[in-house]
Design a protein around this ligand. Structure first.
Ligand code: FES
Length: 103
């Protein structure tokens, strides 16, 4: 983790596993997904076009939970939704660019 992103995160004790577009990643528990994306890709998210408060919808994702499949996919705003162990994110808004995942 970079020192930059450490300041932005809510307190956490461990990392949890998620899948983003087929790639397994570890992110800090008890944080909203957009913060988790920022943890993974500090520059693209920090300088991305995001309001961080539920207004712009640029942070939209589609996801299902552990044990579900793509038929259960639902949309969510990643600046609002907390990460959860085993979550599977299947689609990202075009505004979300993640180093090593989408680029
Ligand atoms: S960042 Fe604007 S709605 Fe989530």
């Amino acid at each position: 983790m970079s020192d930059q992103s450490a300041d932005l995160l809510d307190p956490y004790e461990k990392l949890i596993n998620l899948e983003i577009i087929g790639k397994r990643v570890s992110v800090p528990e008890k944080n909203r997904l957009l913060r988790c994306f920022q943890y993974l890709s500090i520059n693209t998210i920090s300088y991305g076009d995001f309001c961080w408060n539920g207004d712009c919808t640029n942070c939209q994702i589609w996801y299902h939970l552990k044990g579900q499949d793509e038929q259960n996919d639902r949309p969510a705003l990643s600046c609002r939704l907390e990460c959860e162990e085993g979550m599977v994110i299947t689609r990202l808004s075009r505004f979300i660019e993640l180093e090593g995942i989408t680029k």
